[in-house]
Design a protein around this ligand. Structure first.
Ligand SMILES: Nc1nc2c(ncn2[C@@H]2O[C@H](COP(=O)(O)OP(=O)(O)OP(=O)(O)O)[C@@H](O)[C@H]2O)c(=O)[nH]1
Ligand SMILES: [Mg+2]
Length: 220
């Protein structure tokens, strides 16, 4: 997979001038959005990953294979933010979701260890209302013991009210489940399926990700 950073944007003036379909990675602060993007693209430092929540403050656009864009956005549910910061983020996100015609799908990340939060459920409802297709990804599956995984995924499915097979478990540390998400995205965007040989070459080219305090996108 060929991926490249396009731009960090604080609002519509700096949305990229592009016709490419955009897939937005959404979820609670700290759920693993930026880590997912790094693992998915096989680039450790593409998106900024932090040890404290609230790291991503801008819309970060990444072009994938010249066909589509992944967009990393700030997480919700992070309490330690000032009112004005929250307002600013809220406006930036609202404008983007309501008015950006390129948005073709959302990858909604939920933590595989816990039930989805009220905010998660609200977000999923919002995208449904907007008629934006949503791919549900359960992150940090490496942290759930193997024998408990089916029960966790079932509980999440029940809460979101979708079939359990539509929840894709991933680990950005062990690099599992990523190509299944890619397959799903390509289906939604009506692109050709992932080539098996490409996917294998990609995953073995990258050692399991460790945290990085550096990236070529914004700095906190
Ligand atoms: N074990 C494990 N840890 C993960 C995984 N994905 C992310 N993490 C860790 O979770 C923390 C948050 O990850 P980020 O990718 O920065 O989360 P984010 O959703 O982008 O957070 P904000 O930008 O603050 O909204 C980091 O310490 C990551 O290393 C995973 O699949 N497995
Ligand atoms: Mg982030």
């Amino acid at each position: 997979m060929n991926s490249e950073f396009v731009v960090s944007s604080s609002g519509r003036d700096s949305w990229p001038e592009s016709e490419l379909p955009e897939v937005v990675v959404v979820g609670r602060s700290n759920v693993g959005k930026s880590s997912f993007i790094n693992a998915f693209t096989g680039k450790k430092r593409l998106a900024y990953v932090g040890n404290t929540p609230g790291k991503t403050r801008l819309l970060n656009f990444f072009a994938i294979d010249g066909d589509w864009m992944l967009v990393d956005v700030p997480g919700y549910g992070y309490a330690k933010m000032s009112k004005s910061q929250l307002m600013q983020l809220g406006q930036m996100m609202d404008d983007y979701f309501q008015n950006r015609e390129n948005i073709k799908a959302v990858v909604q990340l939920v933590d595989s260890r816990h039930d989805p939060t009220a905010d998660d459920i609200d977000m999923i409802g919002f995208f449904k209302e907007m008629h934006i297709p949503v791919v549900i990804v359960a992150t940090k599956i490496d942290k759930v013991p193997k024998t408990k995984r089916p029960a966790h995924l079932k509980a999440i499915a029940k809460k979101i009210q979708i079939p359990v097979k539509n929840i894709l478990p991933v680990s950005s540390v062990e690099l599992t489940g990523l190509r299944e998400v890619e397959q799903k995205i390509r289906e939604l965007l009506e692109l050709d399926p992932v080539q098996e040989s490409d996917a294998v070459a990609e995953e073995s080219a990258m050692t399991p990700a460790e945290n990085s305090e550096q990236s070529n996108t914004e700095q906190a």
